[in-house]
Design a protein around this ligand. Sequence first.
Ligand code: VG1
Ligand code: CO
Length: 562
Amino acid sequence: MSLTSVVIPTTPFEGQKPGTSGLRKKVKVFMEKNYTENFVQCILDALGDKLKGATLIVGGDGRYFSKQAINIIIRIAAANGVAKLIIGQRGILSTPAVSSLIRTHKVLGGIVLTASHNPGGIRNDFGIKFNIENGGPAPDSFTDAVYELTKKISQYKFTPDLDCEFSQTGTQTFEVDGRQFVVEVIDSSDDYVTLMKEIFDFGKLKELIRGDGSRPPFNVLIDSMNGVTGVYVTRIFVEELGASPDNNVRRIIPLDNFGEIHPDPNLTYAKDLVDKVKDDTTYDLGAAFDGDGDRNMIIGKHAFFVTPSDSLAVIANNLDCIPYFKSKGVHGFARSMPTAAAVDRVAAKLGKEMFEVPTGWKYFGNLMDAGRLSLCGEESFGTGSDHIREKDGIWAVLAWLSIIAHKNMSVEDILTEHWKTYGRNYFTRYDYEECDSDDANKMMAHLEHTIADGAFVGKTFTAEGKTYKVKQADNFSYVDPIDKSFTKNQGIRVLFDDGSRVIFRLSGTGSSGATVRLYIDSYEKDNVTCSAQTMLKPLINVALDISQLKKFTGREQPTVIT
Ligand code: VG1
Ligand code: CO
């Protein structure tokens, strides 16, 4: 049957501006008539001439409204001359899996339906982001172009009678406006599992998890937090590596509301996992992922917490335990600006290039494409490598297990050894979620004003008997070393002369109000076994003093401490 597309008039919506990682709003907003349609049409328009005859990947974390959004994408893509969509079965694809698929199929890009670690379900968040040809999140230049288009959109193209099922794998071919339009529904995990098998030694990992003659099973508890990784955890950990479906994995069925939890792998929202690993001392390692599978949290026995900044440094220091890096070699390392500088010390020792980029994975892609970056991470529980162009939660856990198998040491011992060699970067992040936007903006303006004062550098601040002298203060900006693009206003940094830092940023992933992020870090060469909260207390007080955070936001306590 031949189908005909139509042009539907529409009017712009305010605020369709992608943030740190795509457009995120309440589900109810995406459900408004033409809201999703407008945004999808603008993504396709921003692709310009390359769109005609192109193939795109489509999938996401399966959160509420995903299926409706995919139906909209199918009908709009067909009407706009896209030749083919490759869709994950039931619409399920993790963010790293989308990145991998774009690369293996060498397609123009992918539309990812997720609001990542934000809660899902009808009362919560939905999100759409676009990944480009290299598999990475679209750069600012692209998302800015999409935003400009959303401000003046007047129509979108649509194929109303195109009914396409994506619950079963297989290929369907349609004729739309005299052209062929193909939808291929693929298994959500096949491609990703193949990639992981190329990177890691699955035989060795299986021996670790099952135990062999010389050592008992290494007892893991892998928590998908009801997000998309359940599909991949089942395939990789249970089916390939022989983990027990009853004792080694949990919350592995993706739910469209994540079981009403906040699918964010940190000490607050993954407390349930932390408590389990604390209570059951037979567990050697616990790990959790966010809704779309790009974040990871690692804890050791007795819930010994590994900060993401340390996790990155440890992996950097042990890349020789991973076959992929043995054969491909190791180029530079990178971290986002607020991430503690533990990995910088490893880079210096190994003689590798080190990059500091703004918050958001999109800033790593160019460096990887240019062959200058192998491994990178963010303090927000993101770790990844140049095997794809997204951070990758499951990859990070497999990397840790490879290191553990190779060194035959516990998580805690690996960290302790690392700190003995390099010293320790104490790090903590305070999040003040859903503050009033005006209040948060006023606080940032106050900070801008404060650091602009010529007398600020050199000023001293004292708290709890410790004194810090300001060495440098700025609003972080970045020039991409490859394409020279310039990004500014990426967070207020106050650097002290002993190497400690406090950083203030507003989140770019929330769907309502403002989230203030306060990042604190300091370096100790020898004193490496203190608790981070104790060690950083004076610096936290200094940060609260400089920012006047309590006065501006009315908040006595953060909502999340990492
Ligand atoms: C947060 C994190 C940032 C991360 C981004 C997307 O952004 O801080 O490091 O890249 O989320 O992660 P923001 O602007 O809220 O601080 V994901 O897993 O939510 O796509
Ligand atoms: Co995510």
